[in-house]
Structure formats: structure tokens, C-alpha cells
Design a protein around this ligand. Structure first.
Ligand SMILES: Cc1cc2nc3c(=O)[nH]c(=O)nc-3n(C[C@H](O)[C@H](O)[C@H](O)COP(=O)(O)O)c2cc1C
Length: 199
């Protein structure tokens, strides 16, 4: 059984919906389990993130996917607290050769979400992980927005929902949902390929 871990922060639920959609894409491959790990503010004490059960699950995973809303052009502080904690893992390089990927959600069409994905890919590189791109062409040039990659993001998956002043239940754009599902499926394919290749 291959194992994928999705570790993410979400305040109002959109990034959480992306995480669930990625997980359903991973599940669509046989023999793969997914751990959905939502970072909570209560895991951060005096600015230091810690959660033993999360750390164990991440250690067991073949692939780790990072997710956060984009806040002020970067990852949310709650995610960054987790990333800073991971320097302790970095010393042992125990995530080396695991697969990695990332996703982010923002309110603006651009919203500088790319900056968050660049940060995730650097985090993965520091850990010696192997970054997996979503691998989905965008069809925006022909005016299609309900297909995958409507935001034209090639480094990781982006989702976008305008600010929710009425405090409605969070929703995902259908194109973003599809992008997440395809990414989960794509990443699980690479987990299986690598696990069966005796590398
Ligand atoms: C402090 C803060 C900063 C934000 N900065 C950005 C930003 O730089 N770019 C953007 O597109 N959206 C920005 N937003 C909107 C959030 O990205 C959006 O509300 C979030 O993706 C919703 O995700 P969630 O429902 O998972 O919490 C910001 C929101 C907050 C609260």
C-alpha cells in the first residue's frame, strides 16, 4: 500500500476542499492511502508548531503534498510555523527522496499565488524531495474555464474564490476541483511507478 500525506492549513475551508479533492484523486488509484492533515492554530505554542502524530504520519508517507491559502503573497503563518518546525527533519534528511507537490488558494485571480507555490517547491528542495508538477495544460486561451488548470499554473495547483463577505459555505470552482482531482491521480501514479521500480 502506497501512502500520500496532505498537510495544509485552511481558515475558512476553501483550501480544505482542495485537499479533499486531491485526496479523492489519489484514492482513484488502487492500493493508495491518504492522510489528510489540517494544521490547527492550537498546534502552535509560543510560535513553535508541534504534533507528534502528524510527524509520524509524514515519516511513513511516500509523498507529501503541501497546501495553504495565499496570505499577503505567501504561505499562511500557520503553515510557515509547520515548515519552520520541519528544519528538525531537515537535519536528518529523513524526507529525502519522498515525492512532493503543492497547492494554494486565493481570493484574487492572480493574488501572487505563484509565490506560495515557489515557496513550497523550495521547501521540498531543501528536504531533498522530488517535486511533481500537476502536468495539466491550460485551455484558457480558448476561453474554457471549467476544465483543469483554468488559472494557468504549472508549478502546483491553484484555486480561487472571491472573498466571501456573506460567510456562505465555502465552494470550489468546478475547474479547480477537477485540477485537484487530476493532480491527486497524477501524483499517485508517480508514487506507484517509483515504488515498483526498485530505485
Ligand atoms: C491575511 C490575509 C491575507 C490575504 N492575502 C491574499 C493574497 O495575497 N492573495 C490572494 O489572492 N488572496 C489573499 N487573501 C484571501 C485568501 O487567500 C482567501 O481568503 C483564502 O484563500 C481562503 O482560503 P481558506 O478558505 O482555505 O482559508 C488573504 C486573506 C487573508 C485573511
Amino acid at each position: 500500500m502506497s501512502k500520500v500525506a496532505i498537510i495544509y492549513f485552511s481558515s475558512t475551508g476553501h483550501t480544505h476542499l482542495m485537499a479533499e479533492a486531491i485526496a479523492s484523486g489519489v484514492y482513484s488509484r488502487a492500493n493508495t492511502s491518504v492522510d489528510l492533515m489540517r494544521i490547527e492554530g492550537s498546534q502552535i505554542i509560543d510560535g513553535r508548531w508541534s504534533d507528534e502524530s502528524f510527524i509520524e504520519s509524514l515519516q511513513m508517507a511516500d509523498a507529501i503534498i503541501f497546501g495553504s491559502p495565499t496570505y499577503m503573497g505567501g504561505a499562511a503563518a500557520q503553515f510557515k510555523a509547520f515548515a519552520d518546525y520541519s528544519s528538525e527533519i531537515w537535519f536528518q534528511q529523513s524526507w529525502k527522496d519522498k515525492l512532493a507537490g503543492g497547492f494554494t488558494h486565493g481570493a484574487a485571480l492572480s493574488g501572487d499565488k505563484l509565490s506560495t507555490l515557489v515557496y513550497f517547491s523550495i521547501l521540498a528542495a531543501q528536504h531533498g524531495m522530488i517535486w511533481v508538477n500537476p502536468g495539466e495544460i491550460d485551455y484558457t486561451a480558448r476561453g474554457t474555464t471549467d476544465e483543469t488548470n483554468r488559472l494557468g499554473s504549472y508549478l502546483g495547483v491553484m484555486g480561487q474564490t472571491y472573498l466571501n463577505f456573506e460567510r456562505k459555505e465555502p465552494e470550489l470552482h468546478p475547474g479547480d476541483r477537477l485540477s485537484c482531482e487530476h493532480f491527486g491521480h497524477h501524483l499517485a501514479k508517480w508514487v506507484h511507478r517509483i515504488n515498483s521500480s526498485n530505485l
